[in-house]
Design a protein around this ligand. Structure first.
Ligand SMILES: [Zn+2]
Length: 136
């Protein structure tokens, strides 16, 4: 497997900077996010279909912004790792990350195996609680 080495830093730095710019543009474009949904409480008579459409648009935009904000964090963290020389290693297991993965996802903080574990772990936060109820 090919792995990252510091000679590739300029290339990845450029990738990350470009992605950062794209994400910032998304966040800027959605900065003035409509508070349209708040009109619902103003006592006006509104068409519920309009409200629903408006809300789902707002929700969609919010989800996009959330996603962009999260990815931007990953990109900034990757830039820090690039600067401090720890880039290209999995944050979880410290193994080198496959270069193909880094090329596809330059901001990726961990290797494919660890990522798979994370994705597996994420949902049950609430489920676990009900499976193992707290004894008081
Ligand atoms: Zn790993």
């Amino acid at each position: 497997m090919d792995t990252y080495d510091s000679s590739l830093a300029p290339r990845f730095s450029q990738h990350l900077a470009q992605r950062e710019a794209e994400l910032r543009a998304v966040l800027r474009a959605n900065d003035h996010l409509p508070d349209e949904a708040s009109g619902v409480d103003s006592g006006e008579v509104v068409d519920f279909k309009d409200v629903a459409a408006q809300q789902s648009r707002a929700t969609l935009a919010e989800a996009k912004v959330d996603h962009a904000a999260h990815e931007l964090e990953l990109v900034l963290a990757a830039q820090r790792r690039l600067a401090d020389g720890s880039y290209g290693r999995c944050l979880d297991c410290c193994e080198a990350i496959d270069l193909r993965r880094l090329t596809a996802l330059p901001a990726s903080p961990c290797c494919t195996a660890c990522q798979a574990i994370h994705e597996h772990e994420r949902p049950p936060a609430t489920r676990r609680r009900s499976l193992y109820p707290q004894v008081s």
